[in-house]
Ligand binder design. Structure first.
Ligand code: NAP
Ligand code: G3P
Length: 479
C-alpha cells in the first residue's frame, strides 16, 4: 500500500504508482508532511475504469451470501485496526481521538448491517390482469441487478464513513467501485480500501483513484464506463458534476445550513446541550452540524447564557488529546471562517465569546443578535462558529429557516408535540429532528437533502436500492 510514506493506488488487487510526481499531504495540525499520494493521469484513470468494468461481470454473478461474507470480514479487519487507523485520521484531518474511533466503529457497524440487509434484496412478480384490457396471460418477473461501475467520491471530513457508506452498498448490490477520495483524507481512505482488499474482494472489484479533483475530476465523472456517481462534498462541486456528467444516475450529499428552532416552552438545559454538541463536534466540520439557532425572543437571553457557559467549557487543542475543538482542515478554511466572523462583527453582531486564531485553530465563537444581513446567517462556515438569530414567533423562524439555499436537516426544541409537527411539516429539509441535534445516524435511517443539499436518498437499504435497478423479464402465456 505504501513505500517510504508514498501511498499507492489499488488497481486490480495490486498497489501501483503513477507516472506523475506524487502530491504531498500536509497535516493541518502542524503543517508538516504526513505522506504522499499518487496524482493519476487520464490514461491511468481510463485503465482503472476499464478494468473495473470487466471485473464487475463476475462479481455481479457472485452469490449475495458470498459478497456478504467478504463485507463481514472487512468489518472485522477494520475493528482490529481501529487504533492504528484512528492515529492516521488524527494526523491527516485533525479529527479528535474520540471522534476518530467512533467514526471507525460506526463504519464497521455500517458494513455489517449492509451485508445483512443485502441478503433481503429481492424482486417480485407483477401480473397483467390488473391493468385494463389485459388478461392473465403475462407475468413480469422483476429482479434487482447491479448498475455496473459505481464512481464513489468522498469528502475530507469523514474519509472512512463516507467512503464505506458508498462502497459497501455498491458492493453488496454486485457493482464494482472506483473510489476517488478527497485529496486531504486520501491516506485514511486508502487504508480502508486495503481493509476491503485484505478481506478477500476479487481483483478489480474495488479500485482507487487519487489526484486533485480540480485536475482529474471532470475526466472521471464524464467517463463513458461510469454507470453511477455517488458523491459527497460541497454543493458547488456537486452542482458542477451534475451539469457535466450527462445521463448517469447520481446520489449527492451536499452542503447544509441546519437550523435549530428553539420555542419558548423548550427545556433549555437539554436544548443547550444538544446545540453545543451539534454545532461544535469536530470543530463544526460536519454537513449536519447545527449552523444557526433561531430562538423565540422571550427565551433568547436565557438560552444564550446557557450556550455561553458550555462554549467556555469546550476543550481546545490537538486531536490526540481529549479535546472538542481541533485545527481546521486547511489555512484557507480557517481564513474563510475568520472572514465570516469579521463580517458579523463589522455588521454589529454581539460577540459572546472571545474570537481567537492560532494557525488553523479557530477558537469556538458564539454570536448573538445576528441579523439576516450578515453572511454568517446564510453561509456554511464548516468551522466552530454559531450564530443566534432572535425571532418574534415560530412563523418568522420558519420563514428564515426556509429562506436558505440549503435543505439538509433542522431541529425543533419544544414540549408541544402539536407545534413540533406543525413546524416540521413546513420546513423544507430532508429530515426534521424533534428535541435532538441534527445528525445523520443511525445510518440505517434515510438520509437526504433537498434544494442545494442533495439529490436522492442514502441510508443502508436506500443506498442499496439506489445502486441497483429492476430488471424485468416478461413471460407471455398462450391461452
Ligand atoms: P469538496 O471540496 O466539494 O470535495 C469533495 C470531493 O470532490 C473530493 O473528493 C474532491 O477531490 C472532489 N472533487 C473536487 N472537484 C471535483 C470535480 N471537478 N470532479 C469530481 N470530483 C471533484 O468538499 P469537501 O471540502 O471535501 O467537504 C466539505 C463539504 O462537503 C461541505 O460542504 C459539507 O457540507 C459537504 N458534506 C456533505 C455531507 C452530506 O452528507 N450532505 C457529508 C459530508 C460533507 P479533491 O479533494 O481532490 O479536491
Ligand atoms: O457530515 C457527515 C455526516 O455523515 C455526519 O454524520 O451522524 O455525525 O451527523 P453525523
Amino acid at each position: 500500500m505504501k513505500n517510504n510514506n508514498i501511498y499507492k493506488n489499488l488497481y486490480n488487487g495490486e498497489w501501483i504508482e503513477s507516472i506523475n510526481p506524487p502530491i504531498d499531504i500536509i497535516s493541518p495540525i502542524d503543517n508538516t508532511s504526513f505522506g504522499k499520494i499518487q496524482s493519476m493521469n487520464e490514461k491511468e484513470v481510463n485503465t482503472t475504469v476499464t478494468n473495473a468494468k470487466l471485473s464487475q461481470i463476475t462479481w455481479g454473478e457472485t452469490p449475495i451470501n458470498e459478497r456478504a461474507g467478504i463485507l463481514h470480514k472487512a468489518a472485522e479487519i477494520l475493528l482490529e485496526n481501529k487504533h492504528e487507523l484512528s492515529l492516521i485520521l488524527q494526523k491527516e484531518i485533525a479529527k479528535d481521538k474520540k471522534s476518530s474511533l467512533s467514526e471507525i466503529e460506526r463504519t464497521a457497524d455500517f458494513i455489517k448491517f449492509t451485508a445483512d440487509e443485502g441478503k433481503h434484496l429481492h424482486g417480485e412478480t407483477v401480473g397483467s390482469e390488473n391493468f385494463p384490457g389485459f388478461k392473465k396471460n403475462k407475468i413480469s418477473f422483476v429482479t434487482r441487478v447491479p448498475v455496473g461501475v459505481v464512481l464513489a467520491i468522498s469528502p475530507f471530513n469523514y474519509p472512512i464513513n463516507l467512503a464505506a457508506s458508498k462502497i459497501a452498498p455498491a458492493l453488496i448490490a454486485g457493482n464494482s467501485v472506483v473510489l476517488k477520495p478527497a485529496t486531504q483524507g486520501a491516506i485514511s481512505t486508502l487504508y480502508l480500501a486495503e481493509v476491503f482488499n485484505k478481506a478477500g474482494l476479487p481483483k478489480g472489484v474495488l479500485n482507487t483513484i487519487t489526484g486533485k479533483g480540480s485536475v482529474i475530476g471532470d475526466y472521471i465523472v464524464t467517463h463513458k464506463d461510469i454507470n453511477f456517481i455517488n458523491f459527497t462534498g460541497s454543493s458547488e462541486v456537486g452542482r458542477h458534476i451534475a451539469s457535466i456528467a450527462g445521463m448517469v444516475p447520481m446520489l449527492m450529499e451536499l452542503g447544509g445550513k441546519d437550523a435549530a428552532l428553539v420555542l419558548k416552552d423548550a427545556d433549555l438545559e437539554k436544548t443547550a446541550d444538544n446545540i453545543i454538541s451539534g454545532a461544535f463536534s469536530y470543530s463544526g466540520q460536519r454537513c449536519t452540524a447545527v449552523k444557526r439557532v433561531l430562538v423565540e425572543e422571550e427565551v433568547a437571553d436565557s438560552l444564550v447564557e446557557k450556550l455561553k457557559e458550555r462554549v467556555e467549557k469546550l476543550k481546545i487543542g490537538s486531536p490526540e488529546d481529549e479535546v472538542d475543538i481541533t485545527p481546521l482542515i486547511s489555512s484557507e478554511a480557517a481564513d474563510y471562517v475568520e472572514g465570516l466572523i469579521e463580517d458579523a462583527i463589522a455588521k454589529g453582531a454581539s460577540l459572546i465569546t472571545r474570537s481567537k486564531r492560532k494557525g488553523n485553530l479557530i477558537y469556538p465563537v458564539l454570536f448573538d443578535k445576528v441579523t439576516t444581513e450578515m453572511k454568517i446567517a446564510w453561509e456554511e462556515p464548516f468551522g466552530p462558529v454559531l450564530p443566534v438569530i432572535r425571532v418574534k414567533d415560530i412563523d418568522e423562524a420558519i420563514k428564515i429557516a426556509n429562506a436558505s439555499q440549503y435543505g439538509l436537516q433542522s431541529s425543533i426544541f419544544t414540549k408541544d408535540i402539536d407545534k413540533a409537527f406543525y413546524i416540521a411539516n413546513k420546513l423544507e429539509v430532508g429530515t426534521v429532528q424533534i428535541n435532538n441535534k441534527t445528525e445523520r445516524g443511525p445510518d440505517n435511517f434515510p438520509f437526504l437533502g433537498v434544494k442545494s443539499s442533495g439529490m436522492g436518498t442514502q441510508g443502508v437499504r436506500y443506498s442499496i436500492e439506489a445502486m441497483s435497478r429492476p430488471k424485468a423479464i416478461v413471460i407471455n402465456i398462450e391461452n
